[in-house]
Write a new protein. Sequence first.
Length: 474
Amino acid sequence: MTLTGAGSEWFRYNFPFLADNLNCRTGERRMPQMLGQMSLFDDREQMSPLASRLRPESLDEYVGQQHLVGPGMLLRQLIEKDQISSMIFWGPPGVGKTTLARIIAKQTQAEFVEFSAVTSGIKEIRDVMSRAEQNRRYGIRTLLFVDEIHRFNKAQQDAFLPWVEKGSIILVGATTENPSFEINSALLSRCKVFILKELEEADLIRLLHHALKSLKGFGNQRIQIGEPQLGAIARFANGDARTALNTLEMAVINGRMDPEGLLCVDDEVLAQCMNRRSLLYDKSGEEHYNLISALHKSMRNSDPDAAVYWMCRMLDGGEDPLYIARRLVRFASEDVGMADPGALQVAVNVYQACHFLGMPECNVHLTHAVVYLSMAPKSNALYRACERCKADVKELPAEPVPLQIRNAPTALMRDLHYGEGYQYAHDTEEKLTRMQCLPDSLAGRRYYEPTTQGQEAQVKERLEKILEWKRAEK
């Protein structure tokens, strides 16, 4: 078969690979074995996950993180000027950490080596470093991308140091954990930290549209899916591009094909694909502390709606309800205290209820305590009293107990004046004495200073009367 003129151009446009292997003028086939190999490769490519097929290859294709790679932004300038140094990408899953590292390697013409902290140890690190050093001698840079770098222990992280300092590698570490806590200070000081943010809903919708139009995605299929459904997928993904694309792929695979070959994604199929969203939560990582901080501070700010929301986020992430209950017991004294002495009893009762019932029944009991503590009058006077006293105990000399309030169970102790001058408060009409109970060096020291909030106002009034009565005699 011989194709010439417009026919050959049409064939070359629509079947570029076949055109390259078939002479359009003579019909002569070239490299037939190559055709079979490429067909197999194409099949494998189409079988890979949608998120992998759509991985962008340039900064212009990259979605999100405009604060880093937008026009004129720092990281983009470093990449375009080829002034890349070792760095840490910190951000939640699915925001493009690996993709960005690949783009940097491609644009700076460096060999990209991907390394997982989950499956690799010091031996593998040294093997890779040795290869990178050989590359350096030939003028080839190596960009070593270490996924989940926070999972490496101190010795493993230290193994990177000499190679980073020597310039044998450009280290790009990716972590979902706060680098300040998880990365060795020596290594961290040699890396620039870039914070990657969750993708905006608009970014995810744009990404989903691209997946439907691109030939790497579903561009060769007729798919019916509405904007409200794409918006639902974007919200479900919670800033995670990988989750958004995986959800779309699942919805398309399970869609209904009509007689005319139109694949329809209906609400029922989409609901099954989004039956549960895994919110970012690591019970031992930074997000754990972020959420408990949000709960604590929402209750302190008397915001029951926010407090209940953060509590439910923790439970949804698999947090132990007893951990939350213990924090509520602490809050009852630290932030409510004597303004509502009953708050502690409520918190302790809720802890016991959680212990008896467990999840999911105890969630309503936790809500009870969270709302009660949010609405209770607030006083941190007990917390301040404790902190002031702790500071004195730590910084001042350890004063002996005054003799008058020492116990004297033996004759020897009585001979040494233990208990001498003790005044029994119950023997007085006021149920008070003017006996000094603090050491001489701390006489008159005030730790507990009650507020006027809630029931603590009554405590404040009584304490002021007691202090005034004691001063009057002096």
